[in-house]
Design a protein around this ligand. Structure first.
Ligand code: ZN
Length: 309
């Protein structure tokens, strides 16, 4: 059994209008809505999960669409950029497709990897990256975003921090990542426990203004572990490092722990089990509103306050 951190599990961000968020990630980016549920701590708000066919860890972005929350501000102490892997040769397709959806892209390059950089409709900063090593994951594909261009899943996530060292220490000493590359104030950490969604970049900027959490910003990033036993082993390691961490929390589709890393980013550790097919068949993922058991008796009321999609 692999007792390591297996890269990213999911990334959760905040949006404003739910329908616009749903349209962008499914229609424009061609991801699959793998779960439509509510924020377990705020059941009048949706919680959307977008990923590949199964919602495999490492492919899943999730959103709390808080209607009317307004734009936040990316800054220090946040995960500020999310990188997705796309196939070599698909950049032109994505540039054109995003333009059709009124999204302006910029062609950039980080550590020799070419990418399209753009903001989602709420201002969340995304990268579509052609990885140095082709990404072999089977993507969810649609008629408009077929297999040869479809997004494979996460490539990396970038944290903007005033001081990289305490956070880098968590990545290297607890999570098993190591520094693979550095250019200027950008540091890339990689784990070899898995070969996709396995990179965390840190931009160290001592003068970066503090961010503000609202639409278009990250809420937390979740790292992947195989099962509950390994989850609890990591709980001990985080405690031993002198950090506070929550007890194990049942998120219905995985079990989780949360802790605030010293640089200010909310980190989660999440299990592969039980996965998104625990309450829907694979074919039907994302088609019905799923509620945790404790809210099932309030279904009518919850459905009446959720925004129109
Ligand atoms: Zn989470």
């Amino acid at each position: 059994m692999n007792a390591n951190i297996l890269g990213l599990h999911h990334i959760t961000a905040i949006s404003d209008n739910a329908k616009r968020n749903l349209d962008f990630y499914t229609n424009a980016l061609g991801l699959r809505l793998v779960k439509k549920t509510v924020n377990f701590d705020d059941p009048g708000t949706y919680h959307f999960y977008f990923g590949n066919k199964q919602g495999t860890p490492g492919t899943v972005i999730t959103f709390f669409p808080w209607e009317g929350i307004g734009p936040g501000k990316n800054g220090a102490g946040m995960a500020t950029h999310i990188g997705y892997a796309i196939p070599d040769g698909s950049s032109g397709f994505w540039k054109e497709r995003l333009a059709q959806h009124h999204i302006t892209t910029e062609e950039t390059e980080i550590f020799g990897e070419k990418m399209l950089s753009f903001n989602d409709p709420d201002g969340l900063q995304l990268h579509l990256v052609v990885p140095a090593h082709p990404d072999g994951r089977k993507p969810w594909s649609t008629q408009e975003t077929p297999q040869d261009v479809a997004i494979r899943g996460f490539h990396n996530v970038t944290l903007t921090l005033r001081n990289r060292k305490p956070t880098a220490g968590i990545l290297t000493d607890i999570f098993g990542y190591s520094l693979s590359e550095q250019a200027g104030n950008r540091y890339r950490f990689v784990t070899d426990a898995i070969d996709t969604a396995n990179m965390v970049d840190i931009i160290e900027d001592p003068t970066a203004p503090v961010g503000r959490n609202a639409a278009g910003t990250n809420h937390h990033i979740a790292f992947r572990v195989k099962n509950d036993d390994i989850l609890m082993e990591f709980r001990e390691k985080v405690l031993k490092a002198g950090l506070d961490i929550t007890p194990k929390i049942n998120r219905d589709y995985f079990f989780s722990l949360y802790f605030r890393e010293p640089g200010g980013v909310l980190f989660e550790l999440a299990t592969d089990n039980p996965g998104f097919t625990v309450d829907e068949t694979l074919e039907n993922l994302g088609t019905a509103l799923k509620l945790p058991k404790r809210y099932e008796s309030m279904r009518n009321k919850i459905e009446s306050v959720l925004p129109e999609l």
